[in-house]
Design a binder for this molecule. Sequence first.
Ligand SMILES: Cc1ncc(COP(=O)(O)O)c(C=O)c1O
Length: 379
Amino acid sequence: MTSTTQATKPIAPVDLAAERAELGPALQEAVLRTLESGKYVLGPEVEALERDFAKLHSVAHGVAVGTGTDALWLGLLALGVKPCDDVVTSPFTFFASAASIALIGAKPVLADVDYDTALLDPAKARAAVTPRTTAILPVHLYGHLADMKAFRALCDEKKLALLEDGAQAHGSRRDGYACGTLGDAGTFSFYVTKNLGAAGEGGMVLTQRADVAKNLRELRDHGSPTKYVHARIGTNSRLQAIQAAILNVKLPHLERWNERRRQLAARYGRNLAGSKVIAPLTLASGTTHTYHQYTVRIRGERSRDAVAAALSAKQIFAGVHYPSPVHLQEAAKPWGYGPGDFPNAERLAREVLCLPVHPFLSDADVDRVSEALLEAAGA
Ligand SMILES: Cc1ncc(COP(=O)(O)O)c(C=O)c1O
């Protein structure tokens, strides 16, 4: 291969082929073993995943479900959130965080994020609490845990439930605590592109509370404590055994993969330091970030979209998570918000650019992205 073709090798946000290559035959073996076992829904593979994923996060109980969205929705139900309640969450997140509240018939009440971390601001969440508020749902965006000590104190004071959206925060910690530890429960997504991804869909709720775990086991199985006995309305959200088997092969690698993401993020930080127009998000003290995304804000004369287009012309594919804040989505209209209501979220939606960061990138790849970015942004 000539150096010219090397230079135009695409750099994408994920590299599933490299991941498969690293794992070797273990993935196929796990799938075939599960196929031959005849246990396709829940069963021993799912139980092993629940146990080991909970252990990795130092949380007592894990309950696997069909998707990260179900984990949120059923998590809220398990904590007793009811129709007509208010639940406070972030306007700068994947839409599922807010939609899971609305699915219950409760109202997503939004509070702005901090501009430097893109995380729900505890002081603004406090100000958004109403007499109808029964829960707070902070989002650990990009693999960076929200200030859970502050949210725990707020929820204790106001007697609110606390559910953490850790869909992007597998293995992350803050002040030593993982998602699901300080909250009443924490939820995860195993969607393909996550730091721990299935070959399809999957989700998990972690909780220290045995009562919440019991509620969740019933809710994911049509409210059924024992076969054909239905104590409440639930749904069918049982993780498939083949997905659990795949996740069980990948789980032992998660901490190492996350460490590699941190190394790459540190390299980006050094490469981009001193730029006046590229501003990486700030890392809160005491956090072990897992860099599901490495996110910078583009604040120069060239717009974020122009910079992203210049990168993609060089075969570098950066992501925009998210181009619109939650409150300006069509589906959010009934919640009554409008432009200007959450200025930090709106500004971030205009400025954020998520640079490729996955464990199979080389240092040279990060240098190539950094150079191209500095040039594209005119930094
Ligand atoms: C912050 C956040 N919450 C919730 C979800 C929903 O997870 P899933 O796609 O597994 O339903 C996602 C998925 O991207 C997410 O990023």
